[in-house]
Design a protein around this ligand. Sequence first.
Ligand code: ADP
Ligand code: ZN
Length: 626
Amino acid sequence: MPSLDPRSDTVDAPEAILHEVFGYPAFRGQQQAIVEQVIGGGDALVLMPTGGGKSLCYQVPAIARHRQGRGVTIVVSPLIALMHDQVGALEEAGVHAAFLNSSLSSDDAQRVEREMMSGRLVLLYAAPERVTTLRFQAQLASLHERGLLSLFAIDEAHCVSQWGHDFREEYLQLSLLHERFADVPRIALTATADDHTRADMIERLSLHDARVFISSFDRPNIRYTLVEKDNPRQQLLRFIRDEHPGEAGVVYCQSRRKVEETAEWLVGQGVAALPYHAGLEAGMRQRHQDRFLREEGLVMVATIAFGMGIDKPDVRFVAHLDLPKNIEGYYQETGRAGRDGAPADAWLTYGLADVVNQRRMIDESPAADEFKRVQRGKLDALLALAEAHDCRRVRLLAYFGEASGPCGNCDNCLTPPRTWDGTEAARKLLSGIYRFWQHGQQRFGAGHLIDVLRGRQTDKVAQYGHHSLSTFGVGADLSETQWRAVLRQLIALGHVVAEGEYGTLGLTESARAVLRGEVSIVLKEAIEPAARRGAAGRTVRAARASAHEADMDTACLGRFQALKRWRADVAREHNLPAYVVFHDATLADMARAAPRSLDDLSGISGVGAKKLDAYGQAIVDLLGAL
Ligand code: ADP
Ligand code: ZN
């Protein structure tokens, strides 16, 4: 008889399942505590960042409880498009799993239902709209009567909250799972951290008795870099070529048009890139997503329509060519990089125009004033992050209520920016804005202000008689780039606002103290375009191989590449993404260890019993023949 004690050393012990089925040596973070809570029959609410390893938190209990004879785990997931690959990954690991959704033929659906009703199935994935149908509820009731309804896992549980942008009406009805099947444990999982959403999940899913597991939201393997815009396409190209040649990544742009233009341009530069946005025909969108998931080293240029549910683990970078709306959006989007835990980059380029643009979009939106006020506050927080001279991660985590110390893995930690006393410059700039107002009760944008400060005789200067202002020419000592940097930082500090269609500049209450010389201002040194392109610039690094290849010698590299080719063939044959067969990290470990026997191979992380059985001999033979 299988034991009911989750700690005992039997086939249903969580560690045993982790080793045998998934081939992993140890649980990460709170996984073990979560798994034990659920195997023991308790409810759990799991808040873990993307890439934290949420899936194992319900998959291991599902397997353990199935081995105890408790039947089927129902996984509620909104992401129909991903069910196929998730189920494929489980079957690859030797776990009997299936999904029910509208993509199945009725024959296939009936077959899956039979497997479910017999209790043979370990996990069944279904969308919430199916789970709440009368037919499905009757099936659950029948399973329940026979003691074969093991566990409910509610993935992306934040969809129950109207606060976020992923709200799904059907999630609200999931409370009936608890009402009808009160003795069946439930685990709800999400990567959304804020208090509001948490309270909603507990309330709406009746999780009052659930143990809440909150992990740190830090993603230590992601390196944050935010650079000033200066020919952003070239900057992007250099970033991809220098840091991520041939690797998979996502480039976010704000508009559909920019997505298409950028993708086309990258292709012209020899980068394998595809566009993705909501305006593309559905079939093409699907094809592009499939290719991104299945092929290696593709760059997806996308709007934020390309988002939730990209669970490709080996996305090596997320780049932003435009400013996201707020820090929540930035963190969610960058979080799609490096789910496998290997080094990854979050890279963003931004300029004054982005700030003005985002601000204008808020100003012009039809939303209520209170909502706009909140949005502006959030944009300001993002801007402060972009202009920060200190650790980016400390600021990001602080935004989510987590205290931390300098991380050593962001641009500011790695190369602390040089600062200078910008008090005088700030006063000049602020008085520039003030004098415009005094002179003609008018506001102007950044370009004209900088022309006046630098004493340039433009048509506009002549037209408004601005050469007679006391501020005309007082800033000839700084370059245009430097003035733009000063202005951005003063906006980030909240002394200046840029508003309306043209981003006209105005002073805030706090500008007074600066004008009076009561506050001193420390500014980050602007990096001149020329310097940035020079060999000394930190953004220019020697081209490097992928993170996994960095420490490999030629023989090892040869093995790694042979393994990748082998994997590509297997993936194609099984119609699955390559990472479902083995992760890059697992192949890299194999290449390093060069195992000569199945026994050697079984010790490598990511090689479970089923995969060893299915592929072990082929791999040993392949490596032996090299
Ligand atoms: P999430 O759903 O939280 O974003 P996943 O469940 O997709 O994260 O896990 C992210 C990656 O980490 C997956 O590729 C998974 O196989 C891997 N992983 C999870 N837990 C472990 C572990 N204990 N040891 C090794 N790898 C793990
Ligand atoms: Zn840092």
